[in-house]
Design a protein around this ligand. Structure first.
Ligand SMILES: [Fe+2]
Length: 282
């Protein structure tokens, strides 16, 4: 008779799950949404897959993602390089409902986009990779422990003036609805709607979209979230329509899935989304 498999031999998500979607949106190949909580729709196989399952465990803000008992976690899982000098920071914060955060490594100073929870692993990585010069906050919900990182590294912190109550420690305020350059050559595009002071950041062809725009891995389309629109949905739709004026080949949200494709494909996906929401691109 073979050894029986018990629950603790498997990768699993326990009852602590707050359904923030962090693990699923980063690793849809492993994790799916269930009725009361997320779950592994298949067990990881092979080293790369198992590393992703460990990343899911580190992303989870409430430690609900559980590894098989006795399995040792490899080192260096986060920050995870998604493209040259673009990293997912991991260690999503409970305070931001598990929002994703990112890092751009640049010779002129590294930039954190939204805030993870405070961890020694990120601090040590930043110390070994040139520190931190700027923190860009897409809006007041996804601040995490960014203030503590900014203080530790002496970084400037940018947020829109209309969301300043979410980050009273910010050093620089973005005002109005006109796009402005921040942290050198990054374009801050105000997109009021999800919150009044929501902003997207366009760094080259990378669009950090906050909670205003994301990729739906199930339906393979760009989406916005009406049920968690805290300020004004028609305003958010007007903001999204203005994105048609920009070229981007990767969308990196706080909540929701990321996508990378050609700029033409993502312009098409944006146009399709606007059509579904009955909005004219401007
Ligand atoms: Fe949000």
């Amino acid at each position: 008779m073979g050894k029986s498999t018990t629950d603790t031999d498997l990768w699993r998500i326990d009852e602590r799950c707050i359904q923030c979607g962090a693990a699923q949106t980063a690793f849809p190949d492993l994790v799916a949404e269930g009725k009361d909580r997320y779950f592994f729709h298949r067990q990881p196989e092979g080293a790369a897959d198992i590393a992703d399952a460990w990343r899911a465990a580190l992303l989870c803000p409430v430690s609900a993602v559980r590894a098989p008992e006795g399995l040792a976690m490899p080192a260096g899982l986060f920050p995870q390089e998604l493209a040259p000098d673009l990293f997912r920071l991991g260690y999503n914060a409970r305070a931001s409902w598990g929002a994703h955060s990112y890092l751009l490594r640049r010779p002129q100073g590294n930039v954190m986009i939204d805030g993870p929870r405070w961890t020694r692993q990120i601090v040590e990585w930043l110390e070994a990779n040139g520190g931190l010069s700027d923190v860009l906050l897409t809006h007041k919900d996804d601040v995490g422990d960014s203030g503590r990182y900014a203080k530790h590294f002496g970084a400037r912190v940018w947020i829109h003036g209309d969301d300043r109550d979410g980050a009273t420690f910010a050093s620089d305020l973005i005002e109005g609805e006109k796009p402005v350059s921040v942290a050198g050559d990054i374009l801050a595009i105000p997109v009021p709607g999800h919150t009044r002071g929501s902003v997207m950041f366009l760094a080259g062809s990378l669009l950090f979209s906050g909670d205003s725009l994301a990729w739906d891995h199930d339906d393979k389309q760009l989406v916005a979230f009406r049920s968690v629109c805290w300020y004004d949905w028609p305003t958010q739709l007007r903001s999204l329509a203005r994105l048609a004026a920009y070229r981007f080949d990767r969308v990196l949200p706080g909540h929701g899935g990321t996508v990378d494709d050609t700029a033409e494909a993502l312009q098409g996906a944006l146009a399709d989304m606007l059509k579904r929401y009955h909005v004219q691109a401007v």
